[in-house]
Write a protein that binds this ligand. Structure first.
Ligand SMILES: Nc1ncnc2c1ncn2[C@@H]1O[C@H](COP(=O)(O)OP(=O)(O)O)[C@@H](O)[C@H]1O
Ligand code: SF4
Ligand SMILES: [Mg+2]
Length: 382
C-alpha cells in the first residue's frame, strides 16, 4: 500500500485565497440554570452573539480580544465541538452541521486544534509515539506503529524535535517542546485547518516567538490554513494576514494585519493598542493613550445597542446605546468596523470625552488606572 507517509506537503488541489471556512450569523448561548430537581433556565451567557467571518485557504486569521469575550467558544463552534445556537459554518463548501457519523469523522481530520496547555491535552501515560500514532490509526492513515515510522520521523524533524523524543513521555519535555508535540499531533492527520487557541500563552516570552515562527514555517510546508486565537495583540501581529477583534461575543473590527495595527478604527481596538507601551521614549511620551473605564460587562447581561457603549470614550447621545452596529466595510477597503461613528471619529469630527459613569470621579479614575494597568500587562511588547 502506498501512503503519503514520507511526504509532508498537503495536497492542496484548490486555489489559495478562496474561502475555506465561512461562518454566518453564529451564536452560542449557554443556558444558566437554577434549581435542585428540575433545572430551570434563568438566563443565558451570550458567549458568541452573531459572528460572520470568512477564512481563506492558506491564510492566517488572528482572532484577538480580552479574556472572556468568546474567542474559544467561537473556535470550538467552527470545529463543531460546540453546537451553535444559531448560524452556520461551511467548511470547503460543506455545511458542517449537516455532517453526521462517518462523514463527520472524516471531516474532523481536516479540522485540527492546538491548545494553550499541551500538558492538559496530551495523555501523560502515553509515549510521544503512541500519542502520534493514535490519531493516524483512527483516521486510517496508517495500520500500526511500524507503518507510521517514516512519517513519525518526518513529523518530529518538521517540528524541530529529535527522533529519540518518540520514546519519551510528555512530562519529560519543556513547555515549548510539549507544544511542538501538540502541533505534530495535529499535523499527523494532514489537516487543512488548524485552530490554535492561545498556542503560546502558557509559554515563556522567549519561547513564544520560536513556536510562532515554527507555525509559520509549517503553514507553508503543509499548505495549512490557520485560525490563531490570542488575548495578546502582539502574538498574532506578525503571523496573521488578517486580524479580527472581538468584544463581548461579537467582532468589532476586522482588517489586514498591517492595516489594523497601523490604523485601528474601532474605539476598542484603539484603546487596546494605545495601552501597549512603545519602546521609543519620544513616541511613548507623545502618543495617544486611551483609558477605558469600568470592567468588561458580563456576557450574561450585555449592554444594549453597541456593546462597547458603557466604556467607549467616543460614545454619542444617539444610536450608541440603542442600535447595535453592524460590522461594515469602511473606505471601500477590506477594513471592517462595527461602529456607527467610525468615519466621524476618523476625521476628528467627533472627539473622545471621558466616559460618563455612575460612580464618583475618583472611583472612575481608579477603575481607569487599574484597567490601563491590566491591559498593559496583558499586552507585552517586549
Ligand atoms: N460551557 C460553558 N458553559 C457556560 N458558560 C461558558 C461555557 N464556556 C464558556 N462560557 C462562558 O462564555 C464566555 C466566553 O468564554 P470563552 O469563549 O472561553 O472566552 P475567551 O476564550 O475569549 O476567554 C465566558 O463568559 C465564559 O465564562
Ligand atoms: S457605536 Fe458608539 S459606543 Fe460603539 S464604538 Fe462607536 S462610538 Fe463607541
Ligand atoms: Mg479562551
Amino acid at each position: 500500500m502506498t501512503t503519503d507517509a514520507t511526504t509532508t506537503s498537503h495536497p492542496t488541489s484548490k486555489a489559495p485565497g478562496e474561502v475555506l471556512v465561512d461562518v454566518r450569523g453564529i451564536k452560542v448561548h449557554f443556558p444558566i440554570t437554577k434549581g435542585i430537581i428540575f433545572d430551570k433556565v434563568v438566563g443565558h451567557v451570550y458567549a458568541v452573539d452573531g459572528v460572520d467571518l470568512q477564512i481563506r485557504r492558506g491564510e492566517t486569521y488572528g482572532l484577538v480580544g480580552e479574556s472572556g469575550c468568546g474567542k474559544s467558544t467561537l473556535g470550538r463552534a467552527i470545529l463543531h465541538l460546540e453546537p451553535p445556537t444559531e448560524g452556520t459554518v461551511t467548511f470547503d463548501g460543506q455545511p458542517i452541521s449537516t455532517l453526521k457519523g462517518e462523514e463527520l469523522r472524516r471531516r474532523r481530520k481536516d479540522l485540527q486544534m492546538v491548545f494553550q496547555d499541551p500538558m492538559g491535552s496530551l495523555d501523560p501515560r502515553q509515549s510521544v509515539e503512541a500519542l502520534l500514532v493514535e490519531g493516524m490509526k483512527a483516521h486510517g492513515i496508517v495500520k500500526d506503529a511500524k507503518e507510521a515510522q517514516p512519517r513519525l520521523r518526518q513529523l518530529l524533524a518538521d517540528v524541530g524535535l529529535p527522533t529519540a523524543a518518540l520514546k519519551k513521555y510528555p512530562h519529560e519535555f519543556s513547555g515549548g517542546q510539549r507544544q511542538r508535540i501538540g502541533i505534530a499531533r495535529a499535523l499527523s492527520v494532514n489537516p487543512e485547518l488548524l485552530v490554535a487557541d492561545e498556542p503560546v500563552s502558557a509559554l515563556d516570552v522567549s519561547v513564544q516567538a520560536q513556536v510562532i515562527n515554527l507555525m509559520s514555517d509549517l503553514q507553508e510546508e503543509y499548505g495549512l490554513t490557520y485560525l490563531v486565537i490570542a488575548h495578546d495583540l502582539a502574538v498574532v501581529r506578525h503571523i496573521s494576514d488578517r486580524v479580527g477583534v472581538m468584544y463581548l461575543g461579537g467582532l468589532v473590527e476586522e482588517a489586514p494585519a498591517d492595516d489594523l495595527y497601523a490604523t485601528p478604527r474601532h474605539p476598542y481596538t484603539r484603546a487596546l493598542l494605545s495601552a501597549v507601551p512603545v519602546p521609543d521614549p519620544v513616541v511613548e511620551d507623545s502618543r495617544e493613550q486611551i483609558l477605558l473605564s469600568g470592567d468588561l460587562p458580563s456576557p450574561a447581561n450585555p449592554p444594549s445597542g453597541c456593546r462597547f457603549h458603557t466604556r467607549c470614550p467616543w460614545r454619542q447621545e444617539t444610536r450608541c446605546d440603542t442600535e447595535r452596529p453592524q460590522l461594515r466595510v469602511v473606505d471601500g477597503s477590506e477594513h471592517k468596523v462595527a461602529c456607527h461613528w467610525a468615519e466621524q471619529i476618523e476625521s476628528g469630527e467627533i472627539q473622545p470625552h471621558s466616559v460618563r459613569t455612575e460612580i464618583d470621579e475618583t472611583g472612575a479614575q481608579l477603575a481607569a488606572n487599574a484597567e490601563a494597568e491590566r491591559l498593559t500587562e496583558d499586552l507585552p511588547f517586549a
